[in-house]
Design a protein around this ligand. Structure first.
Ligand SMILES: NC(=O)c1ccc[n+]([C@@H]2O[C@H](COP(=O)([O-])OP(=O)(O)OC[C@H]3O[C@@H](n4cnc5c(N)ncnc54)[C@H](O)[C@@H]3O)[C@@H](O)[C@H]2O)c1
Length: 234
């Protein structure tokens, strides 16, 4: 978004990482440190945008706590504290982002919200039931916001990426990445820029009549049966 000329608030629980990103972007970026699971933090993030840039046009709800992944494997052994944290960050955080951004957008005559869901929010994967449920909530929340505020000029859409090569998956071994890539009918895995471009489109006026949709950014994984590789090899 910054590359396309936007002034941005880089909001993250990790202040030094946010400062690094904002530093790379130059004077049109400011930092807001905060936990999206905490309502006063979310309110402060929105206030930072309004105070720094006189208003807010676009909100991208993207935070997720990757450290919960290792504890979100088998539903039967899942600690409820892990579930609570996942839902607090992934779902309540998105809801509170919308809650605090919408009044500011209404004051400017409209705006655009993009939420990051996941392929795990639309398909079962055999693990990460809590994460998947939180992301399925994001898909529905997106439709709710779109249907409630579309008539007042606020669009709300989501992206649902498959596996993306970000720091969150840096721990995956070469073998696991190789195995994962078999789920994708593509010659490569998803880069962060693939998701950023989809978010940018949904946020922009080019998507002026796109509202309430969840755009799969999964290289076709959700429409692909990996067993087709068997057929292709025959
Ligand atoms: N990487 C993937 O394979 C993948 C796939 C599908 C969806 N996603 C989604 O994409 C989004 C971005 O994920 P990523 O892969 O870039 O992860 P990441 O861990 O690299 O980045 C997530 C960012 O969120 C921040 N964060 C974590 N908890 C926070 C909190 N409570 N408040 C504020 N900031 C917080 C982290 O500090 C980090 O900067 C997430 O919503 C994730 O669920 C990722």
């Amino acid at each position: 978004m910054a590359n396309e000329g936007a002034s941005v608030v880089v909001a993250d629980i990790d202040a030094s990482a946010a400062a690094r990103v904002a530093g790379d972007l130059g004077s049109r970026a400011v930092v807001a440190e905060g936990d999206v699971a905490d309502e006063s933090s979310v309110a402060r993030m929105v206030e930072t945008a309004v105070e720094s840039f006189d208003g807010l046009d676009v909100l991208h709800n993207n935070a997720s706590d990757a450290s919960t992944a290792a504890a979100d494997t088998d539903l039967v052994t899942l600690e409820m504290a892990v579930f609570d944290r996942l839902v607090a960050v992934n779902l309540k955080g998105v809801l509170m982002g919308c809650k605090h951004a919408i009044p500011q957008m209404l004051a400017r005559g409209g705006g655009s919200i993009v939420n990051t869901a996941s392929i795990d929010g639309v398909m079962g994967r055999g693990v990460r039931a809590a994460y998947g449920a939180s992301k399925a909530g994001v898909v529905l929340l997106t439709k709710s916001v779109a249907s409630q505020y579309g008539s007042r000029g606020i669009r709300c859409n989501a992206v649902a990426p498959g596996l993306v090569l970000t720091p969150a998956v840096a721990g995956l071994t070469h073998e696991k990445l190789e195995l994962a890539s078999r789920s994708y009918p593509m010659p490569r895995l998803c880069a962060p820029e693939d998701v950023a471009n989809a978010v940018l489109f949904l946020a922009s006026d080019e998507a002026a009549f796109v509202n309430g949709t969840t755009l799969m950014v999964d290289g076709g994984a959700s429409i692909y049966m990996p067993s087709s590789q068997v057929a292709a090899a025959e």
